[in-house]
Design a protein around this ligand. Sequence first.
Ligand code: GLU
Length: 376
Amino acid sequence: MSGFDLQNYRRLVIKVGSSLLIGDDGNVHRDWLGGLADDIAQLLEQGHEILIVSSGAIAIGSAVLDINTRRSRLEDLQAAAAAGQVQLVHAYQEALAKHTITVAQILLTLEDTENRRRFLNARGTLARLLDRSVVPIINENDTVATEEIRYGDNDRLAARVAQLVMADALILLSDVDGFYTADPGKDDTAEHIPEVRTITDDVVRMAGATQSDIGSGGMATKIQAARIATHAGCSTVIASGAIDRPLAALASGGKCTLFRATGSPAAARKQWLAGVLEVCGELRLDDGAVRALQEQNSLLPVGVVEVVGKFRRGDVVTLANGKGDELGRGLTEYSSDDAQRLLGCRSDQIEERLGYRGRTVMVHRDELVIFDNESN
Ligand code: GLU
């Protein structure tokens, strides 16, 4: 048995590599995908939430457009991805439709996960999809991601997605069943490591030496992904996808390597917020809003009585009571200009005030931290 108990993790990001899903001829392994869809249906029924980060667009598209991926320029790979992506998502759509599960396509770039304004947009959309039990099928937006701003591998993209949605676990399905002391394909003495407690520089070095997976990632990017995710409070698992029903196998204790996160995603987010140095302004709140925050609710525009300073959507602002005593801080959904227009505004009047359909909250409860009295 591995130390990983899938039942303990509710929100799951599952990364599927090209080599698992796509054959050398560019065709989708439909039977394998059917098995994965059975697994997903079962997990949803058990109350998990699932997001898939899937590669394969370039592998499919290069067969369709007759492009040699090894010798091509970035533009050719981008063209291949564009042609392949539509077929990739269609394959998931078909496989999951058998279980009456709806899928949604999400294409992201590095900027979308690093820029806080865009991060809020992506997070809002993904949260809505999960509320409706839709399974997002996520890939990099290869059309617009140029060399310098490319993830290039979906391992790190999956880790950023896990951070974005505050996932409890990230499952990297690979062609190896975990992390080894050396490359198990080349070295008989390679030993499987069931759990990595800390991702030390030694671990990173070992990963560099053990190239797995014919996808672009290899073990090194998986370890980087594990590092990003575990820092965000999301435990990470590398497990074999090269078997039928890989998630069912993992759920029943299949072999894997676990990188256990120490805190929860919410704690990691709050710690990050508390540590942000650049605070751009302040929202002063009425007593009702202060109570709402203390009861762990979101901040609504109606509770804001004063806006101090200049800030943009996605900036970190101080949350203060009417006298200006600092209570905590949060990522604001509105710029200072819009926040000013929304003073005392009920959520159902936002569109009328702004002239566009805005967000119902000023600061979402997942994106704020209230300091305890000692630090006040
Ligand atoms: N976005 C690429 C594709 O869909 C995959 C990148 C990777 O290999 O992880 O083909």
